[in-house]
Design a protein. Structure first.
Length: 403
């Protein structure tokens, strides 16, 4: 009876989630990038209206592919500023070389940032450095990561959407690379969990307080950035994209977050360690540095995400037919809800049934994030160790927890 009762609770969770339309996979929020010549004429912003800022830290593996794609859209922006965050590889050299070989080299400015102020993270300091270096008064700012590959016409299409729909912040979650086994197993759940926490439909709803953005591609009005206090308001934020969206929405701005099937991240995460670093960088911050919530995450993932196939096997072992049926129904609903994320990342459909296994690894990575903060180890990102706010005084985070 205990197994059957547990299976019923798990099934009820997935049934409720299936009927929560706000948390359905946001297929209607797909952002398409027509070729530049097919973008409506109203998208012609005048190149003086857009400033592109690209912060880069040790990106020699990606720049040769992503920077030319941006430079090919030079008619859509006034200037592109690449901010080399004191890279230890050939990032700056490659950027300057690509500038020299582009059709409009005067539009690319490569600058090297200084060490950030105390409490700031390098990316936000790089964005502020790029904005200050560019000068000018462009109406729109496109903040995009060095690993993001923009298709032809993406900049014009972003501005077109913002202007046509009266949106002051448009963010697009690039389609992440999912080619190796670990990427296929863990990347679709990464995006799927994100949209569970921050449903895209709620983000776009001005009546909802839910706000989020994907830092890899954010277009916003310069006046909005000034209104919320500039990059100074984001300096110490670990999850800076979500914080930016929260401040924007709180100020009364309309924001929109979508999926970018054609805007790609070319960053490789071939090993479990690579994805662990990515998740551990923000997981404990997402939980507010509360160790009780780490335990709650373990219980939540274990009971509702890992348990369904386990309960099927357990029901079969103890001869509980009802438990088997209920658990199997939960497995099928789970797979059906997860399937669109698998398709979006162009992963084999059989991976729709791997969410329980992936959840085990996400629980592990959350634990790693909390453990590293407790040990004051921080996380290594792009060859640099990052110490966030929760790393300095871990016992305070422990005292904040609700044990």
């Amino acid at each position: 009876m205990t197994v059957t009762a547990t299976a019923l609770i798990v099934l009820l969770f997935w049934v409720v989630l299936a009927f929560d339309t706000k948390r359905w996979w946001p297929s209607i929020h797909a952002f398409r990038c027509p070729e530049l010549e097919r973008v409506p004429s109203t998208a012609s912003t005048g190149q003086e209206d857009v400033l592109v800022i690209v912060p880069a830290l040790n990106e020699e593996e990606t720049l040769a592919e992503t920077l030319p794609a941006l430079l090919a859209q030079a008619s859509s922006f006034a200037k592109l500023v690449l901010v080399d965050d004191r890279s230890t590889d050939r990032t700056g050299e490659i950027a300057r070389s690509l500038a020299g070989s582009s059709a409009e080299p005067e539009k690319l400015l490569v600058v090297t940032s200084q060490p950030p102020p105390a409490g700031w993270l390098g990316k936000i300091h790089g964005l502020k450095t790029g904005l200050n270096a560019a000068g000018g008064s462009s109406e729109w700012l496109l903040l995009t990561d060095a690993d993001i590959l923009h298709p032809r016409g993406s900049i014009a299409a972003l501005v077109e959407k913002a202007r046509k729909e009266g949106i002051e912040l448009v963010s697009v979650m690039a389609r992440l690379r999912a080619e190796t086994f670990w990427e296929k197993l863990l990347i679709p759940p990464f995006v799927w969990f994100f949209q569970l926490l921050y449903p895209f439909r709620r983000v776009a709803d001005s009546r909802s307080s839910t706000a989020a953005a994907a830092g890899g591609c954010v277009l916003l009005r310069r006046s909005l950035l000034e209104k919320i206090g500039g990059f100074d308001a984001l300096g110490g934020a670990v999850i800076d994209d979500v914080r930016l969206a929260q401040l924007a929405k709180k100020s009364g701005a309309r924001i929109w977050l979508g999926l970018g099937p054609e805007i790609l991240s070319v960053r490789r995460s071939e090993k479990l360690e690579d994805i662990t670093r990515m998740v551990a960088r923000t997981a404990f911050d997402q939980l507010g540095y509360r160790y009780s919530l780490v335990l709650g995450t373990f219980v939540f993932l274990g009971l509702f995400f890992v348990a369904p196939p386990v309960l099927v096997a357990l029901g079969a072992a103890v001869g509980e037919g009802r438990a088997m049926a209920l658990s199997l129904a939960a497995v099928l609903i789970q797979a059906a809800l997860f399937l669109p994320a698998v398709r979006h990342h162009r992963v084999p459909l059989r991976f729709a049934f791997t969410l329980p296994l992936a959840s085990v690894f996400y629980a592990y990575m959350t634990g790693v994030s909390a453990w590293r903060h407790w040990r004051r180890q921080g996380v290594s990102w792009r060859g640099r160790k990052i110490l966030s706010q929760g790393t300095t005084l871990p016992w305070r985070a422990f005292r904040k927890s609700s044990f």
